[in-house]
Design a protein around this ligand. Structure first.
Ligand code: ADP
Length: 602
C-alpha cells in the first residue's frame, strides 16, 4: 500500500509540467536586491580578476619572444615582474570575489528559507493534508540550496567567463586575425554540442532532484514513524522501498554521467584538434615570416583560455536550468494564498462564547465523500455539550471546523451570532482552547510548553495553571522543575503527565470556548483521577464541546449530540442518556454509540 501511494506520488511528480520562464529569473534578481552591494563589490573584484587573466598570455608571449628572437634581458625582467604583479592582483581579487559572492549566496538563501518557511506555515490545514512533510522539508533544504549556488557563485562565474571569452576573442583578433578566423571556424561545432548537452543536463538534473525529493520523503516518514515500523518488523520492506527510490536517482545519475563523459570527451577532442590545426597554421605563418614565435605563443594561450571559459560556461548552463526549475517549485509555494488567512478580520469586544453550526455541510478537500450533512448544533454559553458516536462519524471534523481549520462547503458557523469567517482568525483562535487526545509537546522546557499560547506569561501564572492542572507536583519532582526539557531528547513524560501539561496550557490561555477530545487510552487509576479532576477545573465556567469517551463525561454534560456518518444527528437530553448509559454500563464504556444501540434505546 505504502509503495503504491509512493508510486502515485512519483507519477504526479513526473507529470508536473516544467515551466521554465524568464519571469522567474527576473524575480530571483529582484529578490536578491538586498545583496546588491555585495554583488556589485564582487563584480568589481571579478572584473579585476578577469582582466588580469586576460593580460597573462600577452606577457608570456613577450618572454617567449625574448627567448626566440630579441634576447633582450630588460624585456624579460619587465615582463616577469609584470606577470608577478598580475598574479598578485588576480589572486587577491579572486579571493575577494569568491568571498563576497559566497557570502551574498548564503545571505540570499537564508532569507529565501525564512520566507519559504513563513509561506508554508501560513497555509491552511487542507494544504498539509495534501502535502507530504518530506517533500516540504526537501524544498526548504535542497531547492533553496540549488538557488544559492546559482544566484551568486554561478552568476559570478558566468560573468567572469563571458568577459574572458569576449576579451580573449578581441585580443585574439588583435594578436593574429587570420589565425583567429581559423579558430572561430570550430566554435559552431562546440556551441551546437553545448546546447544539446545543456538541454540533456537540465532534464536529467530535474529528474535527479525529483527522485532525491522522493527518497528523502520516504526516509523522513520512516524515521519519524520508527516505532511503528519496528513494531511491525517492516525494516527490510522500507529499506527496499528507499533503495528503490535511491536506485532510480542513481539510474538517472548514470545517464547524467554518461552524457557528461561523452560531452567532455567530445569537447576535449574538438579543442585538441583545433589547437593542432592552429599550431600547424600558425607555425607555417612563423616559418613564412608572417608572425613571430611570441605572437603565436600568446595566441595559443588566448585560445586555451577561450576554450576553458567555454567549457565552464556550458557546464554552468545546466546548473542554471536546474535552478530555474527549483525556483519554479519555490515560487509556486510562496505564491500560494491560503484559503483561510492567519490574520485579518473583525474582533468582538466582549465575546460571550456561544457557538452555533447552521446547516453545515462538509467534505474534506482531499476526499470525495461528504463527512457532515446539514449539521445544526448550538452550544450555549457556559454549558457542556458532549459529542458521542461511532469512530469515523465526524466528531473530530466538527471540532476542526469550529477551530476553523477548514471552512464548511455550505452553511455557517457563528460565534455570538457572527459568522466566524468574518472574524480575525488569530483573535478567534485565542478565545478557543483545544486539548487533544494525545497532546504533543514541543521540544523545549515545561515552562515554554505551558505558556505556549500566551506570550509573556508570568512564572506565577504558569505555576498557578500547573497547580490547577494537577501538574505542579510532578513538575516539582524534576531536578530543574519548570526548566526541565521535554520532547525529543528531553525527559519522557507519561501519557497522563503530558495531558496535565496540555491542560495547564489551556488553563493559562483561559479560553471562552473549550474544545476537548477526551483521551481514549487507558491511564492508571491515579493518573486518571488527577487528569479528570484537572479537566473538571478546566471545564468550569466555559462553553465546552467535548468528544466524550467516558460515561461520566456524558452523564454530566448539559446536552449530548450523537454524530454519525449516516447523517443521524440527535440531541439527547440527559435523562435519555442516563437510560442509555445504564444500558451500556456493564460493557464498560468508552461510549461509542452505534445506530443500532440508538434504536434499541428508543
Ligand atoms: P470521529 O472523530 O468521529 O472518529 P472524524 O471526524 O475523525 O470522525 O472522521 C470523519 C470522516 O472524515 C472519516 O471518514 C475520516 O476518514 C474522514 N477524515 C478525517 N480527517 C480527515 C482528513 N484530514 N482528510 C480527509 N478525510 C478525513
Amino acid at each position: 500500500e505504502d509503495a503504491e501511494a509512493m508510486d502515485s506520488s512519483i507519477n504526479k511528480a513526473a507529470k508536473r509540467p516544467t515551466r521554465i520562464n524568464n519571469s522567474n529569473a527576473k524575480r530571483l534578481a529582484k529578490l536578491s536586491k538586498p545583496e546588491l552591494p555585495l554583488i556589485l563589490c564582487g563584480m568589481i573584484a571579478l572584473i579585476f580578476s578577469s582582466f588580469s587573466s586576460l593580460a597573462i598570455p600577452a606577457f608570456f608571449g613577450q618572454i617567449v619572444q625574448v627567448l626566440s628572437a630579441s634576447r633582450d634581458i630588460n624585456t624579460l625582467n619587465n615582463s616577469t615582474l609584470a606577470l608577478v604583479i598580475i598574479f598578485l592582483i588576480g589572486s587577491l581579487s579572486t579571493s575577494i570575489r569568491a568571498y563576497l559572492f559566497t557570502l551574498a549566496g548564503q545571505r540570499f538563501v537564508a532569507r529565501m528559507r525564512k520566507e519559504l518557511f513563513a509561506a508554508i506555515i501560513k497555509q491552511d490545514v487542507a494544504f498539509f493534508d495534501q502535502s507530504r512533510t518530506g517533500e516540504l522539508v526537501n524544498r526548504l533544504a535542497s531547492d533553496t540550496q540549488v538557488l544559492q549556488n546559482t544566484v551568486t557563485v554561478n552568476i559570478s562565474m558566468a560573468v567572469r567567463y563571458t568577459i574572458q571569452i569576449i576579451g580573449a576573442i578581441i585580443l585574439l583578433f588583435i594578436t593574429n586575425w587570420r589565425l583567429t578566423l581559423v579558430m572561430l571556424a570550430i566554435i559552431p561545432i562546440l556551441a551546437v554540442s553545448a546546447v544539446f548537452y545543456g538541454k540533456k543536463v537540465k532534464m536529467l538534473g530535474k529528474q535527479v532532484q525529483e527522485e532525491l525529493a522522493k527518497s528523502s520523503t520516504t526516509g523522513e516518514e520512516v524515521i519519524s514513524n520508527i516505532r511503528t515500523v519496528k513494531a511491525f518488523a517492516k525494516e527490510e520492506k522500507f529499506v527496499a522501498i528507499y533503495g528503490k527510490d535511491v536506485h532510480q536517482s542513481y539510474l538517472i545519475g548514470k545517464k547524467l554521467a554518461l552524457a557528461g563523459g561523452i560531452f567532455s570527451g567530445g569537447v576535449f577532442l574538438v579543442a585538441q584538434l583545433a589547437i593542432v590545426l592552429i599550431v600547424y597554421v600558425g607555425a607555417k605563418q612563423v616559418l613564412n615570416g608572417d608572425t613571430t614565435t611570441g605572437n603565436l605563443t600568446s595566441f595559443l594561450l588566448y585560445t586555451l583560455s577561450v576554450a576553458m571559459a567555454l567549457a565552464f560556461v556550458s557546464s554552468l548552463f545546466g546548473d542554471f536550468m536546474q535552478a530555474v526549475g527549483a525556483s519554479d517549485r519555490i515560487f509556486e509555494l510562496m505564491d500560494k494564498v491560503p484559503s483561510i488567512p492567519i490574520t485579518g478580520g473583525d474582533i468582538l469586544p466582549n465575546p460571550v462564547g456561544e457557538i452555533e453550526l447552521k446547516d453545515v455541510n462538509f467534505t474534506y478537500p482531499t476526499r470525495g465523500t461528504q463527512v457532515l450533512t446539514t449539521i445544526n448544533l448550538k452550544i450555549q454559553t457556559g454549558t457542556v455539550t458532549a459529542l458521542v458516536g461511532p469512530s469515523g462519524g465526524g466528531k473530530s471534523t466538527i471540532v476542526s471546523l469550529i477551530e476553523r481549520f477548514y471552512d464548511p462547503n455550505s452553511g455557517v458557523i457563528t460565534l455570538d451570532g457572527v459568522d466566524i469567517k468574518r472574524l480575525d482568525p488569530r483573535w478567534y483562535r485565542s478565545i478557543i482552547g483545544f486539548v487533544s487526545q494525545e497532546p504533543l509537546l514541543f521540544a523545549g522546557t515545561i515552562k515554554e510548553n505551558i505558556s505556549f499560547g500566551v506570550e509573556n506569561a508570568s512564572m506565577d501564572d504558569i505555576r498557578a495553571a500547573a497547580e490547577k492542572a494537577n501538574a505542579h507536583q510532578f513538575i516539582g519532582a524534576f531536578e530543574s522543575t519548570y526548566d526541565t526539557v521535554v520532547g525529543e531528547r528531553g525527559v519522557r513524560l507519561s501519557g497522563g503527565q503530558k495531558q496535565r501539561i496540555a491542560i495547564a496550557r489551556a488553563l493559562l490561555l483561559n479560553p471562552k470556548v473549550l474544545l476537548l477530545d477526551e483521551a481514549t487510552s487507558a491511564l492508571d487509576a491515579e493518573s486518571e483521577y488527577l487528569v479528570k479532576e484537572a479537566i473538571d477545573r478546566l471545564m468550569h465556567n466555559r462553553t465546552v464541546l467535548v468528544i466524550a469517551h467516558r460515561l461520566s463525561t456524558v452523564v454530566n454534560a448539559n446536552s449530548v449530540m450523537v454524530v454519525n456518518q449516516e447523517e443521524i444527528w440527535e440531541s439527547l437530553n440527559t435523562c435519555r442518556v442516563l437510560v442509555f448509559a445504564c444500558h451500556l454500563e456493564d460493557v464498560q464504556l468508552p461510549v461509542e454509540v452505534s445506530p443500532v444501540n440508538l434504536c434499541m434505546i428508543r
